[in-house]
Structures are given as structure tokens and as C-alpha cells.
Design a protein around this ligand. Structure first.
Ligand code: 4AD
Ligand code: MG
Length: 459
């Protein structure tokens, strides 16, 4: 007999059909004669109700002893449910217990647990409604991203995880070494190490994506990135996923348009494909979520320059912890004020001071700012960071030297400006921050299956 997924049984509603289904017991209620089991197989938010009666051979010996978390296989007939609460139920002809879960020990007994507690059982938390819903939305978004870029004529490029260039220049690269732990001494030299020079885990695939954009026009890279950043906040991870398109013959305005179109399409997909999940988050995690997401899709993103943003902050009645003046980097509190109070929605801030942005961003004619863009969203702050790239050889070389980069080590990157250089742009979307935005989950540790943060890497 074919293994069925509950999501299909619930939508197809083939009343009268005898089917086999396997899953985990969410709840059991009943008596010595009759039991109602809520079964989940993870395929959807909704469970399948199984009705088991005392005529089953193992009714008293096993069915009556089933508790939350036990795994079962049921063969039975799909019938129209006579009771309220579900359209369809499965009348069991045969029920096999596949795996017991001792109710004295299994930690997921209560219906609702706090996310902080669930973080202490990373290996069991996907069995809860909320974490499974996050995982389904994450998977849906993953496919939607590839679909969106394929439609737009992009090619996916697999950029390396081990690299010798610190793209963002923030000194947050984890070192990768082939040296045995006892050989790592203060006088050990990278020259004698595996790659012959210092290598690390990538902080961004951008620089390598640029190589392929300069050959194939439109590319994107999407994968894990790593930052040894000691930020213990609800929006930082040491390992997170980043989506980075890189587009030749495209300036900052084109870059912003693509990002806006992409964000809107991805949200629309989730609103259409994950309705039950969005309902759950709207009801229990972030009231009004669906309306806010719909507003994001329906309205144009507000845009302002960094200088305008600073003026807004200087005019604000609110007191900020970090002082505001032209030249400072925007802190989360500033970003949130600008989105929530000024733009009342998504905000694109452009043309940041060059001193607070990486070397590769294109210098504006004022000599003080670069063609950068950050996309900020309420509650989270920075969701996307991007720019037009410096395509002029001399300017790029000067910016590299100013940032303390050795041009010899980055000859390959400079070469892109020596041979057929063109205007080009790109951006990076923090995938987990985007999932936070779409689900309303307040802590980034709850939207990645296995969070890595300072002092913590369970599983
Ligand atoms: O602004 P960032 O540092 O930009 C880059 O790395 C560029 N090279 C991207 C590009 O132009 N191709 O990072 C991009 C985004 C941020 O806006 C944020 O959403 C996310 O990545 N991000 C993090 N997400 C989780 N944890 C962290 N520690 C993050 N650091 C950045
Ligand atoms: Mg940034």
C-alpha cells in the first residue's frame, strides 16, 4: 500500500478510500471504548484525526497507552467527520505502534512551550507547530528564490566557503587551518599552512560572484556565510545564509528595483502557499502579520539618502542611546525609528559615507559618499545591504590601499576592472532576517534549524 502524506489526504478528501498513513501522535483523548488521535506527519500544519475503536486487536494493550510523541502507522478508511473541528477523519482498521515516547521523559508534553525553552532542545523543537511552520516557510522561500532568479535570467553560481579574501574587511573571518591543534603556536606561519596563506570561512560570496557576473551578466549565489562577530543579539548569527545577486550593466537604481521586486514576490509566494503557517504566526506570534505583509507587497518602498536619514534622526523627539551626527553608522535603534516612525514600512537608505562602508562600493562625485543601499524593515532593521560596485580601476586601487588591502593579494579582483570593466551592482539579503520578517519571529535563533552564536553550537 502506498504511503500517504497527511497534507494530500486532507485536501483530496477521498471519502471511502482505504489508506495507510504514518506519523506522530500529537494528542490522544478517549475512553476504554473509543480513542481520538491527532496525528501529524509534518507535511502540513493540520493534523489528521484518527478514530480507533475497541475492536482493534491491540486497543487495550497499546492504543489506550499512546501519548504525545509516539510514532504510529495506521491503515483505515477515510470518512466524512460527523463532528465539528475537521472535515475528514480516518477510521482505523489496524494501528501499529512504530515507536514509543515515554511520557515521563518526553519533554514536549504541553501544548505550548516558550521559544527559549525550545532552544535548549534544538533536536526536538521541529516537532512543535511553530518551529515546523518556520521550517516549511524556509523551504518554500528557498524554492521561490531560485524560481524568481531563473525567471529573471540569472544563473546560480556556487561560490566557495573557504576563501582568502575578507570581502567586508571587518576582520570577522573565522580562520581555516590545516595545522594540528598542538602546532598552532604564536610563531606558526600561514605560509606553512594548508593553503600557503591565511584562509577563512567566507563572510560573503560577493567578490567571487562578481567574477561570474563579468562573464555571464546576471548571477546569484545563495549559501551559508560565517562571521566571527561577538554580537549576542536577536538578529545576529555566526553562521547564516545569504542570497547575493550580482548584475552587470546595472546601476544603483536598477539594483534597488530588483531588490524591491524580489522582496515583494517572495512575500507573495509565502502569503499564497503557506496560508496556514501565516495564520499561526498572525494569531500567536505577531498580531497583524498578514496585513503588514500585504501592505509591504502593495506599497512602494520609501527611499531616502543617508544624509536625509540623519536629518530625520536629528529632528526626532525620541532620545537615542547612540549619538547621531553625519558620519556615524546607523545603529539598530536608528534603523527601527526610521522605518517604524518615519517611513512606516520598508525603507531604502542610499549614499552612505564612504568611511563606514567597504572598499568595493562605488564612490559618488561628492568624494564623501558611496553608491550604497541598505533596505531596512520594521522590528528588524537591516535586511539587505548592497551597492553599485567601483568599476574604475584607479579608484578601486586607491580604495583598496586606503583600507589596508594588499593589491597583490587581490589582483584577480582588480583584473575585472582592467579587462572589459562595466557598471555593475548587487546586494546581499540575510535569509534568516527575511524569515524573521515574514514570520514575525522575534529571535533569529528560532528561524534557522541549528543556530550558531557566540558560546553556543548545539547539535
Ligand atoms: O550588509 P552585509 O554585510 O553585506 C555584504 O556582505 C555584501 N557583500 C552583500 C552584497 O552586496 N553582495 O550583509 C548582507 C546582509 C545584511 O543586510 C543582513 O541582513 C545579513 O546579511 N547579515 C546577517 N544576518 C545574520 N547574522 C549576521 N551576523 C549577519 N550579518 C549580516
Ligand atoms: Mg550591511
Amino acid at each position: 500500500m502506498k504511503q500517504n502524506r497527511i497534507v494530500n489526504l486532507l485536501t483530496e478528501r477521498s471519502y471511502g478510500k482505504v489508506v495507510e498513513v504514518s506519523g506522530w501522535v500529537r494528542t490522544r483523548r478517549g475512553s476504554g471504548q473509543l480513542s481520538f488521535l491527532e496525528i501529524s506527519d509534518g507535511s502540513s500544519m493540520s493534523n489528521l484525526q484518527v478514530v480507533a475503536e475497541q475492536n482493534l486487536a491491540n486497543y487495550q494493550s497499546e492504543v489506550c497507552k499512546l501519548t504525545t510523541g509516539c510514532a504510529v502507522m495506521v491503515i483505515g478508511e477515510l470518512i466524512k467527520s460527523p463532528a465539528k473541528g475537521q472535515e475528514i477523519e480516518l477510521k482505523a482498521h489496524e494501528l501499529t505502534v512504530l515507536g514509543w515516547a515515554d511520557p515521563e521523559k518526553y519533554p514536549l508534553q504541553k501544548k505550548r512551550h516558550g521559544f527559549e525553552f525550545l532552544r535548549s532542545i534544538t533536536h526536538l523543537r521541529p516537532r512543535t507547530n511553530a518551529l515546523a511552520a518556520v521550517a516549511r516557510i524556509r523551504s518554500e522561500l528557498n524554492f521561490a528564490i531560485h524560481h524568481f532568479f531563473k525567471k529573471q535570467g540569472f544563473f546560480q553560481v556556487h561560490t566557495p566557503l573557504i576563501t582568502t579574501s575578507d570581502c567586508e574587511g571587518a576582520g570577522e573571518m573565522f580562520t581555516v587551518t590545516g595545522l594540528a591543534p598542538e602546532k598552532i603556536t604564536s610563531n606558526a606561519s600561514y605560509a606553512n599552512d594548508f593553503f600557503g596563506r591565511r584562509a577563512g570561512l567566507t563572510v560573503s560570496g560577493q567578490l567571487q560572484a562578481e567574477v561570474y557576473a563579468m562573464a555571464m551578466g546576471r548571477v546569484y549565489t545563495f549559501g551559508p556565510t560565517f562571521r566571527a562577530e561577538n554580537s549576542n543579539t536577536s538578529r545576529h548569527l555566526a553562521e547564516f545564509w545569504m542570497l547575493e545577486p550580482e548584475i552587470a550593466f546595472c546601476d544603483l537604481a536598477g539594483n534597488i528595483s530588483l531588490a524591491e521586486e524580489m522582496v515583494k514576490e517572495l512575500i507573495s509566494v509565502v502569503l499564497h502557499e503557506c496560508t496556514e503557517e501565516i495564520d499561526l504566526f498572525d494569531r500567536f506570534v505577531s498580531k497583524g502579520l498578514r496585513d503588514r505583509l500585504t501592505m509591504t507587497v502593495d506599497n512602494s518602498f520609501v527611499q531616502m539618502t543617508y544624509s536625509e536619514a540623519i536629518n530625520e534622526l536629528l529632528r526626532a523627539k525620541q532620545k537615542f542611546e547612540y549619538e547621531v551626527e553625519w558620519g556615524v553608522d546607523l545603529q539598530a535603534e536608528h534603523e527601527r525609528y526610521l522605518c517604524e516612525e518615519v517611513a512606516q514600512g520598508v525603507l531604502v537608505v542610499t549614499d552612505y559615507p564612504k568611511d563606514i562602508k567597504p572598499f568595493y562600493m562605488r564612490q559618488n562625485d561628492d568624494g564623501k559618499t558611496v553608491a550604497a543601499m541598505d533596505i531596512l524593515v520594521p522590528d528588524i532593521g537591516e535586511l539587505i545591504g548592497g551597492s553599485q560596485r567601483e568599476e574604475r580601476y584607479d579608484r578601486l586601487l586607491a580604495a583598496m590601499l586606503e583600507s589596508g588591502l594588499d593589491p597583490e593579494d587581490n589582483r584577480w579582483y582588480l583584473d575585472l576592472r582592467r579587462y572589459g570593466s562595466v557598471v555593475h551592482s548587487g546586494y546581499g539579503l540575510g535569509f534568516e532576517r527575511f524569515i524573521q520578517y515574514v514570520t514575525g519571529m522575534s529571535n533569529i535563533r528560532d528561524v534557522i534549524p541549528f543556530p550558531r552564536t557566540p558560546g553556543s553550537a548545539p547539535c
